[in-house]
Design a protein around this ligand. Sequence first.
Ligand code: PRP
Length: 175
Amino acid sequence: MPNPKTLISEEDIKARVEELAAQISLDYADKEEIVLVGVLKGSFIFLADLSRRLSIPRHIEFIAVSSYEHGSVRSGAVRLVMDVRRSIEGKHVLIVEDIVDTGHTLHYLIDMLKSRNPASIRTCTLLHKEHATEVDVKIDYLGFAIGDEWVVGYGLDYDEKDRTLPYIGVINPDD
Ligand code: PRP
């Protein structure tokens, strides 16, 4: 199979990640520490690049969730598969996602983490499929808005393939 067509190049991702890191560093400059909560698996590359470009003290956590599916259709219900290891009570939390699609995952995570009384909670996603989003979720830091396409690379997969492509590509799963 040929490589997926480029939607967002490696250079454009790098430049945008630098901008996001600069903005986040500025916004949290007066805070003691920020807790980055990466949502596995898709966010692992974005989180690695973003966290290394921050100029503020940071602590890294991971969380994993799974969507319930009926056949190939997602029901919108989400369940926790792996929790963070440290209490977030009184902490400034930034949830880091690779993509917000329907929004159900982020909606669930914000509600769940908010109930643990963090000092603040914000969200950062590299990609947002604006027209596919079904629930209202607040995205504080956004890399790129994209159309309703199947995207892979930079952490995102199709059936576990193409996660480590250095750019965001578009595929047609029916090909
Ligand atoms: C993707 C992505 C988000 C979620 C977004 O994860 O990483 O967590 O879907 O979708 P939503 O907005 O419709 O809820 P996926 O379930 O593909 O798992 P993965 O990150 O492990 O590949």
